[in-house]
Design a binder for this molecule. Structure first.
Ligand SMILES: Cc1cc2nc3c(=O)[nH]c(=O)nc-3n(C[C@H](O)[C@H](O)[C@H](O)COP(=O)(O)OP(=O)(O)OC[C@H]3O[C@@H](n4cnc5c(N)ncnc54)[C@H](O)[C@@H]3O)c2cc1C
Length: 400
């Protein structure tokens, strides 16, 4: 049976993440929104911390003691702890969380699929993940960047756009095809180190939100990397199993994006609640809904949706902790959170009136920031498609 009651240890971690959000992230949130492209030096102190790590094998009995909820039941592990932590940190600032060293999407891929030797070489480096191309976004199976084996080196060519932490990272995980005719089964990922000849950062984007996070374009022109920098096997199988394996990284990271939206929208709700109460309105949760003002009703709906976002996100993370396949649940969490995070932040701006668009508080910024959670790592529409395919048992060819 599912049990989402956080352990004491998780509550402690939540408390310290909230302290970090309040003490470090919130105070500099506006500064780096205004100074786009300037690296937040206040985050350098996190450089030595391996935020994404491989879990060590525990001795028998140890895991139960550390992770089991009181009263036994299934495991509450690192994935649930991670979504709880991300929510707290993003309550502080989403753009800055995306700028935390060594916590890129590329790091998640390395943790998931690198060999021990690759993990030794790259595990402590900050890694971006470059999939999107000018002609390929939601349909990541249609990428055109190429990788050709030439002796002991791969030669990479192509362009990658909208790469998070493109400038600040040390290495990039680049998706390219080794055989265009093979379709999805020809797509592999490669580790390219910054400074490699033929690999350049072409430009940085100016963005609506998450302006503290650097988003850029890479160009690869006859970029040569060692043969052993391919992540996973170089073999092109006739099935799409290899590609599905890479896509599995998203089942791990989509609940993280869902918890980002959760943190930002919770921040907006809390600020709005404070202002509503300051204006003399008492929120009465026992009142008959028919006797509520329109403002109160809108507020309760936001809180209910925020709670639904959390439950879906925690369920997807809990399934990962228990080794259960969570493709549908991860997409459900991301679809709900991306969409409702956006709607909640917009509604807060609306309910706050002029305060909602004033730069004297962060509500207008939260509205701009949260939208990304409905775009990257698969848009809301794409999440709906994944859920529909799974529920209806249709393939990607049958339901496009
Ligand atoms: C700030 C930012 C950071 C990013 N970071 C990264 C990163 O680190 N690495 C990376 O590789 N990419 C990154 N991206 C790219 C992001 O993942 C893509 O923007 C996203 O996948 C959507 O692709 P697209 O922009 O090409 O839109 P398109 O695929 O062209 O989609 C356009 C619209 O059509 C809809 N649509 C597409 N297909 C369907 C369908 N079958 N059914 C219904 N609707 C559909 C989409 O939902 C969307 O609304 C980032 C983007 C942004 C804005």
């Amino acid at each position: 049976m599912i049990n989402l009651e956080p352990t004491n240890k998780m509550n402690q971690v939540k408390g310290s993440m909230n302290g970090m959000a309040k003490g470090i992230l919130r105070p500099i949130a506006r500064k780096y929104d205004e100074q786009e492209h300037e690296a937040p030096k206040e985050l350098d102190m996190f450089r030595s911390i391996k935020i994404m790590n491989r879990s060590k094998k525990k001795k028998e009995g140890e895991e139960k003691k550390a992770d089991a909820p009181s009263g036994g039941g299934k495991k509450l592990g690192s994935n649930l702890a991670m979504v709880i932590s991300i929510e707290e940190m993003c309550w502080g600032d989403l753009g800055l969380v995306l700028s935390l060293p060594n916590a890129g999407l590329g790091n998640a891929a390395i943790v998931a699929v690198a060999t021990d030797e690759q993990f030794e070489r790259f595990g402590s480096k900050w890694a971006s993940m470059a999939i999107t191309e000018p002609g390929s976004g939601s349909d990541s199976g249609s990428i055109t960047a190429t990788a050709k084996l030439d002796g002991n080196e791969w030669v990479l060519n192509g362009e990658k756009i909208f790469v998070t932490c493109a400038d600040r990272c040390d290495i990039a995980v680049i998706w390219a095809t080794v055989d265009k005719k093979a379709g999805k089964s020809g797509i592999k990922s490669f580790i390219v180190e910054k400074g490699t000849p033929g690999f350049s950062l072409d430009k940085l984007e100016h963005k609506l939100g998450i302006r503290a996070s650097d988003t850029g374009t890479y160009v690869l022109q006859d970029c040569r990397i060692p043969k052993e920098n391919i992540l996973g096997s170089a073999e092109v199988k006739q099935t799409t199993e290899g590609f599905k394996g890479v896509m599995k990284t998203f089942d791990n990271t989509r609940p993280l994006v869902a918890s980002m939206a959760l943190g930002v929208s919770r921040a907006a709700i809390e600020f709005t609640k404070e202002k509503i109460e300051e204006s003399g309105i008492t929120l009465d949760y026992n009142a008959n809904p028919n006797n509520c003002s329109s403002l109160e009703k809108e507020f309760y709906l936001m809180e209910a949706n925020n709670e639904a976002m959390r439950l879906l996100t925690w369920r997807a993370a809990w399934m990962m902790d228990n080794g259960e396949f969570n493709n549908t649940e991860a997409s459900m969490a991301k679809a709900k959170s991306g969409r409702y995070g956006t709607l909640i932040c917009q509604k807060c701006c609306e309910l706050l009136g002029p305060l909602g668009i004033s730069c004297e508080n962060l509500t207008e910024k939260w509205m701009r920031d949260v939208k990304i959670c409905d775009i990257f790592e698969g848009t809301g529409q794409v999440q709906h498609l994944i859920v529909a395919r799974n529920v209806l048992e249709l393939s990607s060819k049958q339901l496009k």
